[in-house]
Design a protein around this ligand. Structure first.
Ligand SMILES: [Zn+2]
Length: 396
């Protein structure tokens, strides 16, 4: 624009001189002055426009195109510019103070940044690029800040975890992080304190959940009433714990009943006690192998006993049969002997009825009484007759 203005100005001056010469020549020669006048007027206008344009060239200069920030990441871009020019830095307007400007910039990270400075005047635009690089101190501070930020994020996470699960381990981890921060944060100290107060409460619930003991549940209920963290969640847990413990107690009751029934069957094995035990075991929520095996053992004993009894009964029956046979045999024998005895008795009776005589061993007579010397024997008459003895004449 500046060059173009200069050309217009030069052309205007040249045209002016020529048209002025032509105009003077026309006046001297008394020729029509109209054409020369128009050319002169045009030239004057060109001179005015050219001078106006060329006389205000846009100027822009910066003090330094390469800057390093201070420890805070701040640098100042300074320079001079045409007094009426409008200037922007990275698209943002900055002040033009009577032909000078001074703008501080702040780097946001460890990277260097190239700023674009633009000046414009009468549609003429000029720009400059300024590279601002972070100082070592600023980089160090940024890294320190980054570390602290990371530590803060970690602390926040640890605190959130400890708040959702306030046990000793989570508390210790959060507390260690809070104390490792370079500053003291009241909010964090307060949160830690709340977590610490809730550890006992939380642990009471966990203990009860592990033991499923009524005593622990009662303690947990007492503690949860004091909770300041996750109270609703803890209440829900305690409620479901109550149900679980009741179920467990019911199961224990069923188990005790089954065990008792099995013991009774073991004490006096019988089919009916085995059946009772089997029914009790069937009521258990899960198959109990121990009790089932014990009942099976009792059932085997019952079966063995029955078999033994059956054999004993058989043997007894056999014995009884033998005894009966013997009795019958003895009865028959007795009967026979009785018959014989009777016969003998009859014989004896018959014998007794017969007449008896006295005989000697050698005599040929039989007697009614001892007559004479010798040894006399009693003998039936029939026998004496059979020996051929004859009656004694003295006795008969
Ligand atoms: Zn005689």
């Amino acid at each position: 624009m500046f060059v173009m203005g200069t050309i217009i100005l030069l052309l205007g001056l040249l045209g002016g001189i020529l048209s002025l010469g032509f105009f003077i020549y026309s006046v001297i020669r008394k020729k029509p002055k109209k054409l020369g006048g128009i050319a002169l007027a045009v030239s004057v206008i060109a001179i005015i426009i050219g001078a106006a344009t060329a006389s205000t060239p846009l100027q822009l200069s910066v003090n330094a195109v390469q800057l390093t920030t201070d420890a805070q990441g701040v640098a100042t871009i300074e320079g001079e510019v045409s007094e009426n020019a409008k200037i922007t830095l990275d698209g943002k307007n900055i002040k033009n103070v009577k032909g000078t400007f001074s703008e501080t910039v702040q780097l946001s990270d460890e990277k260097e940044h190239t700023y674009v400075l633009k000046a414009s005047l009468n549609k003429v635009v000029k720009d400059e690029k300024i590279v601002v690089e972070p100082s070592k101190e600023f980089i160090a501070i940024l890294q320190e800040e980054k570390k602290e930020k990371e530590l803060l994020a970690k602390t926040e996470t640890a605190l959130a975890l400890a708040e959702s699960t306030p046990n000793q381990k989570n508390y210790d981890e959060a507390a260690t992080l809070v104390h490792s921060l370079s500053k003291t944060y009241d909010d964090y100290d307060k949160r830690l304190k709340t977590i610490e107060e809730n550890i006992t409460i939380y642990e009471a619930v966990e203990t009860a959940e592990k033991s499923l003991a009524r005593k622990d549940l009662e303690e947990a209920v007492k503690q949860v009433a004091l909770a300041s963290l996750n109270k609703e969640e803890l209440n829900n847990r305690v409620t479901s714990l109550q149900t679980k413990i009741e179920e467990k107690e019911e199961q224990e009751k069923l188990y005790a009943q089954a065990a008792k029934a099995v013991e009774a069957a073991e004490k006096s094995p019988s089919n009916s006690l085995c059946d009772t035990a089997t029914t009790a075991i069937a009521k258990l929520p899960a198959t109990d192998e121990g009790l089932t095996k014990r009942v099976a053992a009792v059932q085997q004993i019952v079966k063995d006993n029955e078999e033994k009894e059956r054999k004993e009964k058989q043997e007894q029956e056999k014995k009884e049969q033998l005894a009966k046979a013997e009795q019958e045999r003895q009865a028959a024998e007795q009967e026979q002997q009785a018959a014989i005895a009777q016969q003998e008795a009859e014989q004896a009776a018959a014998n007794q009825a017969e007449e008896h005589v006295l005989v000697t061993a050698t005599g040929s007579k039989y007697h009614t009484h001892k007559c004479g010397n010798g040894t006399y024997y009693d003998a039936p008459l029939s026998e004496a007759l059979a020996r051929g003895l004859t009656p004694c004449s003295k006795c008969y």
